[in-house]
Design a protein around this ligand. Structure first.
Ligand code: ATP
Length: 255
């Protein structure tokens, strides 16, 4: 039974997958028996090799695909989504790109402006409002995409490998920015990546996915507190956890 708006506002589990399977129309089984929850306050990362079904998982979470078997429930209407590439409209400047979702919701121009400016300020793009996407770096394009979703004030934020195409320094910088937003804006996150160190650094929980069809082969709670100290990346305990997750990935890959 669908939840009422007040039930939605108070439930702690924002995303709930039980025994989810997805078979594409061509017969490819992309996911099998996936159990996964994302609760308020959690930042869950799914790490796994290419082709194991990570994007498929996110497409189900965002409603772009429906599971063939099992139950997938999203208990909020405020879902943000950031894709692998920034998907900006090339003829629109930063402000107009960020206003796009508010525009689709028929918000007035004053409200659109206000929401967009707040989001632009949050992602550190103040002063670049009139730049076109081609005048921005890859990192700035990704920030613009992030800002556009922030205008929805999401309770649940889905990220499909947003920083995969960026150089390592920019990626680390944006990881820190994202963690800052996670703490300040209090959304829950579901993040997809190939990078084990990125997964451990960003998350409260890391899920290792592997195989074809993909399934969750291991789950790790990340014990480092939020807000996260950037220097945690250079400690032995961080390296040890990265090692454990990498080991689970290798084991899963061989399974
Ligand atoms: N629309 C589709 N129709 C048929 N098969 C698909 C479709 N999309 C994905 N697949 C297949 O489903 C499986 C999982 O794909 P998916 O893109 O979810 O993996 P992934 O882990 O996100 O990969 P990558 O890390 O390379 O992005 C793959 O075998 C892929 O070929």
């Amino acid at each position: 039974m669908a939840m009422t708006d007040s039930e939605l506002a108070t439930t702690s589990t924002l995303l709930d997958f039980q025994n989810v399977q997805l078979t594409y129309p061509n017969g490819t089984i992309a996911l099998s028996g996936v159990d996964l929850t994302v609760k308020r306050g959690e930042f869950v990362t799914v790490v796994g090799p290419s082709g194991c079904g990570k994007s498929t998982l996110l497409r189900i979470a965002s409603g772009l695909e429906s599971s063939s078997e099992g139950i997938s429930t999203v208990n909020t209407k405020r879902v943000g989504y950031v894709f692998q590439d920034a998907t900006l409209l090339p003829w629109r400047n930063v402000r107009a790109n960020v206003e796009l979702l508010a525009e689709l919701q028929w918000e007035t121009q004053a409200v659109r402006r206000e929401k967009a400016q707040k989001a632009i300020d949050l992602v550190g793009l103040t002063g670049f409002e009139k730049h076109l996407p081609r005048q921005l770096s890859g990192g700035m394009r990704m920030r613009t995409s992030l800002a556009r979703s922030l205008t929805l004030d999401p309770e649940l934020f889905l990220f499909d490998e947003p920083f995969g195409a960026l150089d390592e320094i920019t990626r680390e910088y944006l990881n820190d920015e994202l963690l800052k937003l996670f703490v300040e804006q209090q959304f829950a996150g579901l993040f997809i990546t190939h990078s084990v160190s990125e997964a451990v650094y960003l998350s409260t929980k890391v899920m290792v996915m592997s195989g074809r069809p993909g399934r969750i082969v291991d789950t790790f709670d990340v014990p480092f507190p939020m807000p996260r100290d950037p220097d945690i990346r250079y400690t032995g305990e961080f390296a040890a956890l990265v090692g454990e997750v990498s080991h689970a990935l290798r084991e899963g890959h061989g399974a």
